[in-house]
Design a protein around this ligand. Structure first.
Ligand SMILES: *[C@@H]1O[C@H](CO)[C@@H](O)[C@H](O)[C@H]1NC(C)=O
Length: 297
């Protein structure tokens, strides 16, 4: 019979091996100014998903009543689909748009309209998903993506055939970041090439899924900000993981972000960035990504 003590001994051994085997974090100091420009543009696309004018009337030009998406407003855009589904897990809201100036097809998901409630109510339930061997995703995020998956995918395919050569980009903030991560991974599995820009993304699944996302060759930009609590949820102790790399913004809430304010951190579940900051409920850090990302809500 196996005693409790011997189980604990093997758990402790496994943990110590893992700690020893984990490579030292690789931390780069700067991103290029071209990459910073991309971050600013796609942050503004994520911000635009909070503005009801961009999810209540398909076929219109994107704008932000809060004034926080000037780069998007300067582009020649038109929404191909605007959607709002509040029936499922929280919320599945956003838009698919064509940007003829930058030659992009952009899918952007909105975060929750109330961060305090959303964070307080986030659950830690996972479900098996067929993305990879052993992959599990957060079941609520997975369901929320699933509620729009078919319609959004067919709209994307039709947009890509109309606008051939345009780049496909998924973006979002908070819950919206989780939906774009899962949806982007599903579409990559079905043969699409797309870039992913996420801001304040929670953990979307287990370590197998994080490894799978990390191994994809398309661009993955997962931005976090100082001690934003959301990328630390659901907790690692419940079997949730964050993919690599992380682009960690270190400037304070309310401050502009320069190239030297972003550290590039390699390694799944590294604590060299956001995850190593003090535990707390700094909602302001969650709401500040280059600008007041959720200002329209
Ligand atoms: C969409 O939302 C905007 C901003 O709140 C509002 O001005 C507009 O009337 C709404 N349009 C429709 C079709 O509901």
């Amino acid at each position: 019979m196996i005693s409790v003590q011997s189980i604990w001994a093997s758990v402790a051994l496994a943990l110590s091996i893992q700690v020893v085997a984990r490579p030292a974090p690789l931390v780069g100091r700067d991103v290029s100014s071209d990459l910073l420009d991309q971050f600013n543009l796609f942050e503004q696309y994520a911000a635009a998903a909070y503005c009801s004018e961009n999810f209540n009337s398909t076929g219109t030009k994107l704008s932000c009543s809060a004034g926080n998406c000037p780069l998007v407003e300067a582009a020649d855009t038109e929404t191909l689909d605007e959607f709002q589904d509040t029936s499922g897990y929280g919320d599945t809201t956003g838009f698919l748009a064509v940007d003829k100036t930058n030659e992009l097809i952009v899918l952007s998901f909105r975060g929750s309209s109330s961060f305090d409630n959303w964070i307080a109510n986030i659950d830690f339930v996972k479900t098996d998903v067929d993305l990879c061997d052993g992959c599990e995703a957060h079941s609520g995020f997975w369901e929320a993506w699933g509620s729009v998956a078919d319609s959004v995918t067919s709209q994307i395919d039709s947009a890509l055939s109309t606008y051939s050569g345009y780049k496909l980009v998924f973006t979002g903030h908070s819950l919206g970041a989780a939906l774009s991560t899962l949806g982007g991974t599903v579409l990559r599995n079905s043969g699409h090439t797309l870039d992913l820009y996420t801001f304040g993304c929670p953990r979307v699944g287990n370590e197998a899924l994080a490894q799978y996302i990390t191994s994809q060759s398309d661009a993955n930009y997962r931005l976090t900000h100082t001690d934003d609590p959301v990328p630390k949820l659901p907790p690692k102790s419940f079997g949730f993981s964050q993919p690599s790399p992380e682009y960690w913004i270190t400037s304070a809430s309310g401050d502009p972000v320069t190239t030297s304010d972003i550290q590039v951190i390699q390694g799944i579940d590294s604590d060299a960035g956001n995850d190593g900051t003090a535990t707390g409920l700094d909602i302001d850090a969650h709401k500040w990504y280059f600008n007041a990302i959720s200002a329209c809500s």
